[in-house]
Design a protein around this ligand. Sequence first.
Ligand SMILES: O=P(O)(O)OC[C@@H](O)[C@@H](O)c1c[nH]c2ccccc12
Length: 268
Amino acid sequence: MSRIKQCFAQLAESGKKALIPYITAGDPTPEHTVTIMNGLVEAGADVIEIGMPFSDPMADGPVIQLACERSLAAGTSVRKVLSIIAEFRKHNTHTPIVLMGYLNPIEFFGYQAFANSAKEAGVDGILLVDLTPEEATDVVECFRQNDIDLIYLLSPTTTPARAKKICDLASGYVYYVSVKGVTGAAELDVDSVKQHVDSLREITDLPIGVGFGIRDAKTAAAVSHCADGVIVGSVLVNAIAENKDQPKEYIADALQAILAPMRNEMDA
Ligand SMILES: O=P(O)(O)OC[C@@H](O)[C@@H](O)c1c[nH]c2ccccc12
């Protein structure tokens, strides 16, 4: 059983929901990332979503765009991201890692080579923002061969027919994007999220994670009541930006101070 599947199964058994923080790898520098990841686990992360920095992150708002810039300026490459994950895996073999990114750098690296190296580094899932299900066949095969789960995005405007097609390709979990727009959205309507998640339940048995616009413990808890997991990005990435000149342990603490209350409120 994949690490992601196992994680959601264990959570379901104990009546809990997955807390999935997102950070951009190499932000502010590659030397920071493992320490920050350890902090996220300590604060109660069940899965970690790691972004591969990209120069044109079209689904991202300003907060994550700037994180990509900091990371690229510090020399983060695809290979570097994988070595960061391998480093984390030396002492953590239980937390599933989902790599999030855009197609271009991976196409350049080579899909097969990337999928093989990702597996070797300890990656469990991959979320490629601009991979449409129509184009997916070859790419999907490279990841399948390596038992890497394919996480797909579904949005408020995805039709039921398309959602079904996407869910049939997906494994691990599906990611419901709570709002139309980019990451770091200000407002999220819990009632509308619940309605959409309920209708997705008729299409798929996969766990459903919800992300975009979750920035406080109250919202995280409210969303977790109608989904299987919550994904939290920009509020954490913003805390990295605000503390980027501090020691890495200090940054890790700042992120824990945001994530731990979410964990508490979700489990309450
Ligand atoms: O930042 P937010 O609003 O908390 O949303 C999570 C999101 O950042 C993370 O999952 C993510 C970062 N970049 C993305 C690109 C597409 C979809 C999702 C993402």
